[in-house]
Design a protein around this ligand. Structure first.
Ligand code: GH3
Ligand code: MG
Ligand code: MG
Ligand code: MG
Length: 312
């Protein structure tokens, strides 16, 4: 059943079924208690050009959804500990995952059981063994729809900042304007340090308050011409048109020193947080991916270097 596949064919299937080339590869979360099966499905999707993460423990699904932010979920129907349908119900209870496509796969060919799964929140059903071409097309069409929906929403509900898709769209426009007008452009990625610990120690609600506070500070701190987005869970992006690199770094570093002094209260306990940031300057004619990559690598170095710092 593990058929060898040719990646050029699968990439062609993805091109054929979708309407636009995504700026970033589609992100697919695969949940299956059988690791080899999950690995095989991930390999097929990756050969088509998608990005995957797989987990074998269904109890870690919510955590993986927060961390990976997939465009859709592929899930085994039968898993020990928590069945696929139970897990789909749990996922559907989280408001931000309400419209996340969930495609089940199983050896279950009983139509009544399939309908029961669909009623609970599945968006589709594939019977194992799954044909690679069918898998890629079923996944791609749903992932594309998720991207389109997310782009329509524009703003993130917790912070009121631009969401991930909108931020990338704005960055594309800013790059085009910078190239056309020969004006400067800097881009920063900001990521809260050890945020998992904050959630673990003080709870998810306190974590949300930290995210909302940093969002407020970002809005106050930057110019109206700057674009601020919530790029991911506890990650933010700032697009600074006209800015020179040293100015952009100084501006973010100023915010860093303000943020580290903010005291958050959790009942009797007070705590503080820090963030790390990576800043990059657009080089005329180069791509969004390269600007993003430079900022991301600077952020990585800031984390490696001990966090609570801004690097370019
Ligand atoms: P690092 O310093 O390396 O960035 O460590 P970290 O713990 O911040 O990094 P990681 O990316 O591993 O963890 C981020 C966590 O943020 C995981 C996820 O559960 C949590 N998270 C993501 N979105 C939200 C959200 O909207 N609210 C809350 N409270 N937590 C979130
Ligand atoms: Mg199973
Ligand atoms: Mg992070
Ligand atoms: Mg973090």
């Amino acid at each position: 059943f593990l058929k060898p596949v040719r990646s050029a064919d699968l990439a062609a299937v993805l091109d054929e079924i979708t309407h636009v080339q995504p700026v970033e590869p589609y992100r697919i979360l695969v949940i299956d208690d059988e690791r080899e099966v999950a690995a095989y499905h991930c390999m097929i999707l990756e050969e088509a050009g998608m990005m995957t993460t797989r987990i074998s423990d269904p109890l870690r699904a919510l955590e993986a959804l927060e961390a990976f932010r997939p465009d859709m979920v592929l899930m085994d129907m039968y898993m020990p500990g928590c069945s696929g349908t139970e897990l789909a119900q749990v996922i559907r209870q989280v408001p931000s995952h309400f419209s996340l496509p969930i495609l089940f796969f199983s050896s279950e060919s009983d139509q009544r059981k399939q309908r029961a799964a669909m009623r609970i929140g599945a968006d589709g059903f594939m019977v194992k063994p799954i044909d690679p071409v069918a898998l890629v097309s079923e996944v791609a069409i749903r992932a594309e729809r998720t991207r389109a929906l997310r782009a329509l929403i524009v703003r993130d509900s917790l912070t009121g900042l631009f969401n991930h898709s909108t931020t990338l769209y704005m960055l594309e426009n800013a790059i085009a304007a910078s190239d056309r007008n020969r004006t400067g452009l800097c881009f920063a990625l900001i990521d809260i340090d050890h945020f998992k610990r904050i959630n673990d120690s003080y709870g998810h609600r306190a974590g949300d308050q930290v995210i909302a506070s940093l969002a407020r500070m970002l809005k106050q701190h930057f110019r109206n011409s700057d674009v601020i987005g919530r790029h991911g869970g506890e990650e933010f992006a700032v697009i600074m048109p006209y800015a020179a690199l040293d100015m952009a770094v100084a501006r973010i570093d100023q915010l860093r020193t303000l943020f580290e002094r903010v005291e958050f209260a959790d009942g009797a306990q007070a705590f503080t947080c820090t963030f790390s940031a990576g800043v990059a300057q657009h080089v005329a004619g180069s791509s969004l991916a390269s600007l993003f990559g430079v900022a991301d690598r600077a952020l990585y170095r800031a984390k490696q270097g001990g966090r609570n710092r801004v690097l370019a």
